[in-house]
Design a protein around this ligand. Structure first.
Ligand SMILES: [Zn+2]
Ligand SMILES: [Zn+2]
Length: 405
């Protein structure tokens, strides 16, 4: 048995799953060589104890019967324990045996719970611990405004918590999230008697950052304690949102100032004056959309300091030359190209047989804007960067922009 280029088995690293797979893949390929190798060793060097052990291992008689036992004869260790532990899942326990002995034989400590056992059985079977609440779809909205219009004049709902889960509203389940909120009725009249049993679930698809295209699905269950209808609304009206946007654009985005300005200047224009909390809420949500986190306007004066000035900008000082501060939205891309005189000089390698490279790297900045790197390698394959560009998008037009500047 000879091999042209012997390869050693890879050593698995405990915390790196891939290395284990690599190891298995290696042995799967080369396992056939091992028996003949060990037989050759035994033939050449007599049967030492280790060699005998190895040859026994390789027959796999043991492993085979073990595998068969695990897979086909139900001999998996702990299988009984796992099966018994199913009583902890109320949904499964309902259809399983209610006899504690069926479980305590595998989970010994359950013997001490004999008194509590019937109580647990009752709780589960009364459905006090439902795993999922059977919400019913009540309405679908194409965007936040439609949803807001819908809730005018309805009972106010308090949403104490929300979570982000994979979107289930969209048919082709691409990997985006949706916000899922569970709401309780907070109408005072409903509370006078006892807690209102009305519950809602609101799902908002977060595929787009824009609230004008975010799908809203509203589910509900139960009936209100009272029929009183209050003229309260949670969100801002369309008109109010417009004014807030105007104020943010013209002044700044501090909720308190915006609220004051709205009261002073826009009271006559507005159909429904929002509370300060509502404005704060709106601006917080707005900021959560990535591109709104910082204002482009604030960036401009900073960037002005980095323009190239002949005789002033030093050779290894950074300067900008392709500045196109779009908002980073689909229609209005953001570009920022920068380099230094010394870096630009790297272009000279082109005359010495260098090769140009253009590539993008990700996750360097908070907004996940790609950083496009343009550089050159010399004949020794050493890389010299020439210039860099931050961009909001990575489409043809963005590369076009980069190559044109
Ligand atoms: Zn979606
Ligand atoms: Zn209610």
């Amino acid at each position: 048995m000879y091999h042209q280029k012997p390869v050693l088995p890879p050593t698995p690293v405990i915390t790196r799953w891939n290395t284990w797979f690599e190891d298995v893949k290696y042995h799967q390929t080369y396992i056939g060589y091992l028996p003949s190798f060990i037989n050759d060793e035994i033939r050449l060097f007599n049967d030492t104890e280790i060699l005998m052990q190895l040859s026994e291992l390789l027959v796999f008689s043991d492993s085979k019967s073990k595998l068969h036992n695990y897979l086909f004869d139900g001999g998996m260790p702990l299988m009984k324990l796992f099966k018994a532990a199913r009583f902890l899942d109320p949904n499964q326990f309902k259809i399983l045996s209610q006899n504690i002995n069926d479980y305590s034989s595998n989970i010994n400590s359950l013997e001490r719970c004999k008194e509590e056992w019937p109580i647990y059985c009752n709780i589960v079977n009364d459905g006090i611990m439902p795993k999922s609440i059977p919400f019913q779809l009540k309405a679908v909205f194409a965007n936040h405004i439609d949803f807001n219009d819908y809730i005018i004049g309805r009972h106010p709902i308090h949403y104490p918590k929300f979570n982000k889960v994979n979107c289930t509203l969209c048919k082709n389940r691409s990997k985006h999230k949706m916000q899922q909120k569970y709401g309780f009725c907070s109408n005072k009249d409903c509370f006078l008697k006892e807690e209102c049993p009305y519950r809602t679930k609101l799902c908002v698809c977060l595929k787009h950052c824009d609230r004008l295209v975010q799908k809203h699905y509203l589910y509900s269950i139960g009936k209100h304690n009272s029929n009183s209808v209050l003229n309260v609304r949670r969100g801002l009206t369309e008109k109010a949102e417009e004014i807030v946007e105007d104020l943010i654009y013209n002044y700044d985005s501090k909720p308190k100032l915006i609220h004051v300005r709205m009261k002073k200047k826009y009271k006559h224009k507005i159909d429904y004056m929002p509370t300060l909390e509502q404005v704060q809420h709106y601006i917080k949500n707005r900021r959560n959309c990535i591109s709104e986190n910082n204002k482009i306007d604030e960036l401009k004066p900073i960037l002005d300091n980095y323009r190239y000035q002949y005789g002033v900008t030093k050779n290894d000082e950074l300067f900008l030359f392709g500045v196109d501060l779009g908002e980073g939205t689909e229609k209005n891309h953001f570009h920022l190209v920068f380099t230094s005189y010394s870096l630009l000089k790297n272009i000279e390698f082109a005359n010495k047989g260098g090769m140009f490279h253009l590539d993008a790297t990700y996750k360097i900045v908070k907004y996940n804007y790609p950083l496009i790197v343009f550089g050159i390698t010399d004949i020794k394959h050493k890389f010299f960067p020439i210039c860099f560009m931050f961009t909001s998008h990575e489409q043809e037009e963005d590369y076009d922009f980069f190559l044109n500047v």
